[in-house]
Design a binder for this molecule. Structure first.
Ligand SMILES: NC(=O)C[C@H](N)C(=O)O
Length: 344
């Protein structure tokens, strides 16, 4: 049985010992530092590289979506690959994403009134600007998780479960998701909370989440007919549905064949690879810009050729429109490790 969200006292007691992962320099002076924790697992699931406090519990946020999608496919959800990728997406809110979420609903006799996610503007910068220009406001359809919510409601229809209340942790769908997450991560969630969109959210560890992504990417590589393979292949075939044009996650999956990548709010990044190796990053200040520099550093540590990823491994720091510095990973894998907290 999951405990409720960690109490403030308990959270303080297990404050993670993060380490500097990414810096922004301006004319050689370090202007900003993003702390965090990171882990790389090899093809056998052993820790190949780690930094900070990798076993500290963290909230994977939307990086849970591929795992939630695996649970839904196991429960009978059948979708064309583009729509299954959307079910595992934090989409940008472009027309193809909005139309895709509507198609999932329509295919199952549902409508937008069945959504139980919170409303938001499109997540993508350009998509949000266009939506606002056209007079749009925050809606459940434009919210970045609407593909997942459409798929959750659809899975309820397929199983004869009530659609109303599909987000409640006791709902059969969420029970199945919890079991699937436990199985794929090979760990009991440490706490249960609620994600921004309203979905049950588990506290897990970076190695646990990396393990799940390694399994999904390996299943896709083997095309082994499992639900994990279906989700991984759908994401690889439609990276534009998992995030959106100009998003780094879509770019990484295009540039790194065999990878399954997913971001999460508050500085989370997961990548699984065809041989079952995987990396996981949590940026402690939630800084989104630091996810990818740290992630590419870990991929390098696994011996991956990351030369094609240079545009997402670093970002220019501008002064007067000219480059005067760089956002880049520190050499965090060579720094002495910080003692890991006792298991809670
Ligand atoms: N991309 C994300 O992590 C979104 C998250 N699921 C939320 O609703 O806040």
């Amino acid at each position: 049985m999951l405990s409720p969200a960690l109490s403030a006292a308990r959270t303080a007691a297990i404050l993670a010992q993060h380490t500097p992962l990414v810096t922004a320099t301006r004319d050689g002076l370090v202007e900003s530092v993003h702390y965090g924790s990171a882990v790389a697992l090899d093809a056998n699931g052993a820790i190949a590289a780690a930094a900070g406090d990798p076993t500290a519990p963290f909230y994977p946020r939307s990086s849970l979506k591929p795992l939630q999608a695996v649970a839904m496919v196991r429960a009978g959800l059948e979708l064309p690959a583009d729509l299954l990728a959307l079910a595992a997406a934090s989409h940008s809110g472009a027309a193809q994403h909005r139309d895709g979420a509507l198609r999932i609903l329509e295919l199952h006799g549902l409508s937008v009134s069945d959504f139980e996610n919170s409303a938001d503007l499109p997540y993508g910068t350009a998509e949000r600007a266009e939506w606002l220009r056209n007079g749009g406001g925050a809606t459940q359809l434009t919210q970045n998780c609407s593909g997942k919510h459409a798929a959750m409601a659809a899975t309820c229809v397929i199983n004869g479960w009530p659609v109303e209340g599909y987000l409640h942790p006791d709902h059969p769908l969420q029970q199945l998701v919890a079991e699937t997450v436990t199985e794929l991560t090979d760990e009991e969630p440490l706490a249960l909370s609620t994600d921004g969109c309203g979905t049950p959210l588990f506290a897990l560890t970076l190695p646990g989440m990396a393990r799940a992504f390694g399994l999904i990417a390996r299943a896709a590589a083997d095309d082994d007919g499992t639900a994990a393979a279906a989700v991984g292949l759908a994401m690889q075939q439609h990276p534009e549905m998992v995030a959106g044009e100009s998003r780094d996650v879509t770019g990484l999956m295009r540039l790194l064949p065999g990878s399954v990548a997913k971001d999460g709010f508050e500085g989370v990044q997961l990548v699984g690879l065809a041989d079952r190796s995987a990396v996981a990053v949590k940026i402690s200040d939630g800084g989104d810009r630091a996810r990818m520099p740290a992630t590419v550093k870990l991929l390098e540590a696994l011996g991956i050729d990351t030369s094609s990823l240079s545009t997402i491994a670093t970002a220019p720091v501008l002064g007067g429109g000219q480059q005067v510095g760089l956002l880049q990973a520190t050499n965090f894998l060579n720094q002495p490790s910080v003692p890991v907290n006792e298991a809670p």
